[in-house]
Design a protein around this ligand. Structure first.
Ligand code: TRP
Length: 333
């Protein structure tokens, strides 16, 4: 049995890039009999970069509804909200006391903030919170709490998983072997979708296509995807096209081969986009209906998350007891 764990920061609306890069592979993997999946809403992590409570609340609801609508089997996978597991914040503190400050100094997210400040002539630590600085420790707590072995993440998160390993090793060395060592699993680069402007699809670039747009806005968003000015009839390079990349992310191998030929035969952009809309719409239509039903029933979403938290806490309760014992915290005896 292999334990897989990943968190989703609750600061945005799920888009096609999240779906292809993270949600779809995670849900598929969770059906594997030989693995046990832990998926959670990383709402504590959301506080690091977002101080808008309404946005965090809305995003938590949207992300939970998305995973459920896409068919996550919550009988099998453990699906919960980070903030429902109080043992995580306790472990976060205990790990803070084993994590070297020098290690945190090297974290990309923190270094990027310092770099931006320096470029702007500000104090190096301007607007840097302890939350940002300690981000990798909280992530280590998420992972080590459940003895997770495989951590599917984007490239930008590999360093954090490695830091979780470092922190685990140091703790195991200082006390007793409590933690197993996690490993990052990075999807292939084909799974990183381009946004409508051709750069990586990301909320940061404001170039996303939300996953559950209604039909009309979905069609509109697809029509806005940037293309070159080649006329109908002139051959187009599929490997240099966001339209084709999106096509390949949703189509079967045969359909992808067919579209490749159509590109070479000079398909009109309008026609390619029309077919792309139909393809994506057919894959998401049922889930979209389910998504809107769920969004109208927050009580149901909440009950699923609370059940997930109950199951997660069976693990976290045992783990925190071991950790407390290892460090010497607890009842006088
Ligand atoms: N920091 C991750 C991200 O922004 C989300 C996350 C939080 C996470 N805790 C985690 C991912 C633990 C994997 C494991 O993508």
């Amino acid at each position: 049995m292999q334990r897989v764990l990943t968190g989703i920061t609750t600061t945005g609306t799920p888009h096609l890039g999240n779906y292809v890069g993270a949600i779809r592979p995670a849900i598929r993997a969770s059906r594997d009999e030989l693995s046990e999946s832990f998926f959670f809403l990383a709402d504590y992590h959301a506080l690091i970069k977002c101080h808008d409570p309404a946005l965090i609340r809305q995003s938590s609801k949207e992300i939970a509804a998305t995973w459920l609508a896409m068919g996550l089997d919550t009988e099998k996978a453990i699906f919960y909200r980070q903030s429902d597991i109080p043992e995580i914040s306790e472990l976060n503190w205990i790990l803070c006391c084993s994590a070297a400050k020098g290690l945190m100094n090297r974290a990309h997210a923190y270094k990027a903030a310092v770099h931006t400040n320096e470029e702007a002539g500000e104090d190096a630590d301007f607007a840097v919170t302890m939350g940002l600085f300690g981000y990798p420790v909280l992530m280590a707590a998420d992972i080590l709490m459940f003895s997770a072995e495989r951590i599917p993440v984007g490239r930008d998160q590999i360093q954090h998983v490695e830091m979780a390993r470092d922190i685990a090793q140091r703790f195991n060395h200082n006390f007793t072997e409590v933690f197993s060592l996690p490993e990052a699993v990075v999807g292939d680069d084909d799974a990183v979708l381009q946004g409508i402007d051709g750069r990586k699809m990301s909320k940061t670039y404001n170039n996303t296509i939300p996953l559950f747009l209604a039909e009309k806005p979905l069609r509109k968003a697809i029509n806005k995807i940037r293309t070159n000015l080649l006329e109908p009839g002139s051959p187009k390079d599929p490997d240099d096209s966001t339209v084709f990349q999106l096509w390949a992310a949703f189509a079967s191998a045969e359909e992808t081969a067919r579209m490749r030929n159509e590109f070479q035969a000079g398909i009109a952009w309008g026609e390619a986009k029309k077919q792309l809309f139909e393809l994506i719409d057919s894959e998401v239509a049922d889930a979209r209906d389910q998504y809107w039903r769920l969004m109208a029933d927050p009580g149901y979403i909440e009950s699923v998350l609370l059940q997930g938290a109950e199951r997660a806490r069976e693990h976290s309760g045992r783990m925190i007891a071991k950790v407390r014992e290892a460090v010497g915290i607890g009842a006088i005896r």
